[in-house]
Design a protein around this ligand. Structure first.
Ligand SMILES: *Cc1c(COP(=O)(O)O)cnc(C)c1O
Length: 355
């Protein structure tokens, strides 16, 4: 397809129909500038380690998090699952919050991909503490499951985009070091945390043994995640990626979108957060909304009174071309993103007030 035809299609998809999609920040489509970067990327066979654009993206991401190596993968699920496989052996147990994506939304992969079980911790909106970890490490008896990994999520998807403060993470790191437990971060939305907090990507990299980041969420790339760690860890991860079927060939076209996303789309996440806050405020004032979770970043989770179920609320918004995610029987999630504009925000708030 010619670029000019693509631009027409792009205009039609993004402006012509005006569907307002708040289901997830994964629904964004590449802009023309991102497409141009993709189309001009030099590529090669990445299974032979010869795709210059993927190598450049991996180096860029590693450097950003103050680590030495990274691995480009098709999805955040894969980067998390590879990390779990690399840090454990079958029969082990990992510790994570009850709301974790790795436990709830990765198809049971902890057990089916790695033969590992999860001990679930009830944290504060998805965030656990050093004390939780200390209390849940099993003693070294033959009959107890071997605790061998701690996984944090930042920001926490299922808990409304809450994020950790650095001291809590440092305390967790300290106990993990003491007990010789590796610490993995599911940082699918770490950039949403970075623009709202006082820590940097390097601060995060310094605390974790492995970090998973997504380019296809708020950063607006069509595909891609990275697993970041030491060279020895990434060497092992590369092998597991191949076994999981994630070895890609000329995927530099996709990596170019990732480089573009890291260069251009981090700071603007604040706009998504501002729009999410406005949505949250508007929702709090509505009679059919029972409660709204605090809106810390770009995720708005709210409960409906018995006027609506999640399903009937979804139906009520359909005629207005507004899409959302049902997140429980009476619970709805809205996620703001790169393709959710101020005009759309105005329209959504108008519609919500009319219902
Ligand atoms: C989206 C997401 C992932 C990975 O999802 P993929 O769709 O597999 O890329 C991992 N963790 C969290 C917290 C997420 O929100």
């Amino acid at each position: 397809m010619l670029i000019s035809e693509y631009s027409l299609m792009f205009m039609f998809q993004n402006i012509g129909t005006m569907i307002i999609d708040l289901r997830s920040d994964t629904v964004t489509k590449p802009t023309k500038a991102m497409m141009d970067a993709m189309m001009s990327a030099p590529v090669g066979d990445d299974v032979f380690n010869e795709d210059p654009t993927i190598l450049a993206l991996e180096q860029k991401a590693a450097k950003l998090f103050n680590k030495e190596a990274a691995l480009f993968c098709p999805s955040g699920t894969m980067t998390n699952q590879i990390a779990i496989r690399c840090h454990t052996v079958p029969g082990d147990e990992l510790l994570c919050d009850v709301n974790s994506h790795i436990y709830n939304y990765e198809g049971g992969g902890i057990s089916s991909n790695s033969g590992v079980q999860a001990k679930l911790i009830q944290g504060d909106r998805g965030r656990i503490t050093a004390k939780h970890i200390e209390d849940n490490i099993n003693a070294d008896y033959d009959w107890l499951t071997r605790t061998s990994l701690v996984c944090l999520e930042n920001t926490v998807n299922r808990a409304g985009g809450s994020f950790y403060d650095l001291q809590t993470i440092k305390d967790i790191k300290q106990i993990c070091q003491q007990k010789q437990l590796p610490l993995h971060l599911d940082g699918a939305r770490i950039f949403n945390a970075l623009v709202e907090s006082d820590y940097t990507a390097a601060d995060i990299g310094n605390q974790f043994d492995s970090v998973s980041i997504c380019l296809s969420k708020g950063l607006g790339a069509p595909v891609g995640s990275l697993l970041i760690g030491t060279p020895a860890f990434i060497k092992k991860a590369r092998r597991v990626r191949k076994v999981f079927g994630g070895g890609m060939r000329q995927a530099g076209f996709l990596a170019a979108a990732g480089i573009y996303a890291l260069d251009n789309n981090i700071n603007r996440l604040k706009e998504d957060h501002a729009r999410a806050k406005q949505l949250g405020n508007a929702l709090s004032a509505l009679p059919y909304v029972e409660s709204v979770m605090p809106v810390d970043t770009n995720i708005v989770i709210f409960n409906l009174t018995n006027k609506y179920t999640a399903a009937s609320f979804e139906e009520a918004l359909k005629p207005y071309d507004i899409k959302l995610a049902a997140f429980g029987k009476q619970t709805i999630r809205f996620v703001t993103h790169l393709d959710f504009t101020n005009d759309m925000l105005t329209k959504v708030i108008e519609v919500l007030k009319k219902l």
